[in-house]
Design a protein. Structure first.
Length: 115
């Protein structure tokens, strides 16, 4: 049974930084890709960043230059370094990895950017 667990969310002031982590367990090989999504109140869930097994990355335009996705294949862990945070980054952040249907999802971690 694959389990996906996010951590690292919290309350931060505008301009601050946070680093999210997501550990996937219950599988003996590295995932072809890993991704971070977010969902703000009243909005649809959106893809924030995506990374392939060989390290190719893509980002939603609103976070380019501020967020960095990385991964540790040996640990099946993916990270999201978030710098220069803005109030509009406030959302629940979810980790997603390949699996049946829409893949496996974590429970989410809340990120709140507020002064």
């Amino acid at each position: 049974q694959v389990q996906v667990v996010e951590s690292g969310g919290g309350l931060v002031q505008p301009g601050g930084s946070l680093r999210l982590s997501c550990a996937a367990s219950g599988i003996s090989f590295s995932f072809n890709w890993m991704a971070w999504y977010r969902q703000a109140p009243g909005k649809e869930r959106e893809l924030v960043a995506h990374i392939t097994i060989d390290g190719r990355t893509t980002y939603v335009d609103s976070v380019k230059g501020r967020f960095t996705i990385s991964r540790d294949n040996a640990k099946n862990t993916v990270y999201l370094q978030m710098n220069s945070l803005k109030p509009e980054d406030t959302a629940v952040y979810y980790c997603n990895v390949p699996g049946p249907g829409a893949g496996y999802w974590g429970q989410g971690t809340q990120v709140t950017v507020s002064s």
